[in-house]
Design a protein around this ligand. Structure first.
Ligand SMILES: *Cc1c(COP(=O)(O)O)cnc(C)c1O
Length: 217
């Protein structure tokens, strides 16, 4: 599929949901993709990208930013505290704030650096033991703690369990965001972004549908 097709499908989903066209940000998830494919999407004018790993992003985005203006890169994958400083330098937005230790590290660095990326708190809506994110029952308290640290919390993020209907998870995330007065909802990937839009996603994270399958080989 092409970038334009995905953009069209998002607008269609927004319209069907009674939302304004363009109210959803499309994050093109470029992790693991060859640089030629990323370059091609930049050439088409797209400027918002997502990566999973600090190291991988450090190896490609400084260079792309020299060629293309106005690029925004979002960190979607888990963040270790010892890479927090580098992440704060590389990314405009971090979607994987998922624990108190990371929150306090980001807060300390934000003080020191005088700036902080926009932050999304990851919620483990499926309560999967192997998955990152705060549990739904702990979300309100964690949002509050992060606000007390003066962190710029913009919204919530989730990755629903692969084998479950994502709608329940999107609805749950939207509910937690609403009762905490948070506007941002980072949810929806290649297989379910239209559904996420219908549940109010402000950011969809679409990788393989834009770039093709990832080759981990
Ligand atoms: C890889 C990834 C995506 C994109 O997945 P696709 O199925 O390729 O669209 C979105 N969000 C996160 C957190 C990811 O790790």
């Amino acid at each position: 599929m092409s970038l334009v097709e995905i953009q069209d499908r998002i607008v269609k989903a927004e319209t069907e949901a009674g939302r304004g066209p363009g109210s959803t940000e499309l994050i093109a998830v470029s992790k693991v993709q060859p640089n030629e494919r990323v370059h091609a999407v930049l050439e088409q004018g797209h400027r918002v990208f997502g990566e999973n790993k600090v190291q991988e992003a450090a190896g490609k985005w400084p260079e792309f930013r020299e060629t293309f203006d106005g690029v925004t890169v979002h960190l979607l994958g888990p963040l270790q505290t010892n890479k927090a400083r580098q992440a704060m330098e590389l990314f405009e937005v971090i979607h994987s704030l998922d624990r108190p230790k990371l929150a306090s590290t980001l807060a300390r660095l934000a003080q020191e650096m005088g700036k902080c990326p926009d932050l999304f708190i990851q919620v483990n809506t499926g309560e999967e033991p192997q998955k990152a994110g705060v549990l739904p029952k702990d979300a309100d308290g964690f949002v509050n703690d992060c606000r007390n640290l003066d962190l710029p919390i913009k919204g919530l993020m989730c990755i629903p369990p692969v084998d479950e209907e994502p709608s329940l998870h999107f609805a749950l995330l939207a509910k937690i965001a609403e009762r905490n007065g948070l506007k941002g909802l980072s949810m929806g990937m290649s297989s379910d972004f239209e559904k996420a839009v219908s549940f109010g996603a402000t950011h969809v994270r679409v990788g393989s549908a834009i770039f093709g399958a990832r080759d981990y080989g």
